[in-house]
Every structure is written in C-alpha cells, then in structure tokens.
Design a protein around this ligand. Structure first.
Ligand code: HEM
Length: 177
C-alpha cells in the first residue's frame, strides 16, 4: 500500500521558524512605524489569525466525521491522518497562539482588561481553547487508530465551535454589556 506523502519534521520546523520570523519582523516594523495606528494593525492581525483558527476548528471535526467511517489501515484512513496532523500543526495551533497573543494585547491596550463583554468573551474563548485541546487529543487518537467515537459524535462536536464563534463575535462587536 502506498503511504500518503508527508513532509519531514525538519522541513515543517523550518517553515514554522520562517513564519514566526516573518510575523515577528512585521509586528516590530508596524509597532515602530505605525505609531498610534498600531492598535488597528494589531486588530487586523488578530482577525486574520481568528479566521485561520476558526477555519481549522470547523474543518477538523468534519474530517473526523469521514475518518470515523473509514476502515482502519485503508488508504483513506492514512490520508485523513496526514490531513488532520497538517491542519492541526500547520494552521490551527499557530493561529490560536497568534489570536491569543494579539487578543490579550488589544484587551490590555484598548480596555485595560475591563468590561463585562470582554470578560464574557475571554470566558467563551477559554471554552473554545478547551475544544481545541479536545480536538488535538482526537488527532492523536485517530493517528494511533484508537478512535472509538462514531461519526455522529463528531457531527455534534462540529457544531460547538460554530455556536461559540457566533457568541464571541456578537460580544466583541455589539458589546451588549
Ligand atoms: C484569544 C482570546 C481573545 C481575546 C483576549 C480577544 C480580545 C479582543 C479585543 C480586546 C478586541 C478589540 C475590540 C475593539 O477594539 O473594539 C478584539 C477584536 C476582535 N476579536 Fe477578539 N479576542 C480573542 C479571541 C477572539 C476570537 C476567538 C474571535 C472570534 C471567534 C474574536 C473575534 C474578534 C473580532 C471579529 C474582532 C474585531 C471587532 C471589531 O473591530 O469591532 N476574538 N478581540
């Protein structure tokens, strides 16, 4: 059986290092170059990271739905493993770190960590991060062929990030309290 191709960990680490270096250099340039405008640049980077994080959080359980029904050891199952691992390590994890880093900076700089909406938002994002942890554990279990949850379970889990995202976006944009 042909194993699906996957890049070596060395190449993956190299890519990650280059991405971190580019983000750090851009942030420093903007921080010293944009003056007071840096807040809006930081918000833009925050929203870009959120889009990547949420795209992954919505797609990963959808992959699990199909992976749960794939026969263990089959080409499909091995392909899903590569897709899941790359999605988690290449997109979801780094996007979450960037979203948290810039989100916390915005919360401190713009609001001094004050405001009911902000506290509720951070609480909802903590729950979202817990779901992230759960999905990352599931990637490990699927990789070891140890998943015992049916496709229906993953269909339900798929809805949780959606509901949290709707609540978080309303909290930060409407700021109802
Ligand atoms: C990781 C923890 C997070 C913290 C501490 C945080 C905090 C913040 C803060 C303080 C702002 C600036 C609000 C303003 O200037 O009015 C902001 C903007 C924003 N955040 Fe977050 N955030 C986090 C995660 C998220 C998540 C998970 C989402 C979506 C699912 C999200 C969506 C947004 C959006 C859409 C904006 C732009 C709002 C606007 O310009 O009106 N954030 N965030």
């Amino acid at each position: 059986m042909n194993k699906p191709s996957s890049s070596t960990p060395k190449v993956a680490y190299m890519r990650m290092f280059v991405a971190i270096a580019i983000l750090a250099a851009t942030t420093l340039l903007l921080f010293f170059g944009a003056g007071d405008g840096f807040y809006l640049w930081a918000k833009a980077i925050h929203v870009i990271a959120i889009i990547a994080w949420m795209a992954g959080m919505l797609y990963l359980p959808r992959l699990f739905v199909y992976h749960a029904d794939a026969e263990k050891g089959s080409v499909q199952s091995e392909t899903f493993k590569v897709m899941e691992r790359r999605l988690l390590h290449g997109i979801i994890n780094p996007a979450m770190i960037v979203a948290w880093a810039f989100g916390l900076w915005l919360a401190w700089k713009g609001f001094g960590f004050m405001g009911g909406w902000l506290h509720a938002k951070i609480a909802a994002v903590l729950v979202l991060s817990g779901v992230h942890g759960y999905l990352s554990g599931a990637v490990r279990r699927f990789a070891n062929d140890e998943n015992i949850k049916p496709a229906r379970h993953w269909r339900i889990v798929n809805e949780v990030p959606t509901v949290l995202m709707i609540a978080i976006v309303i909290l930060v944009i409407v700021k109802p309290f």
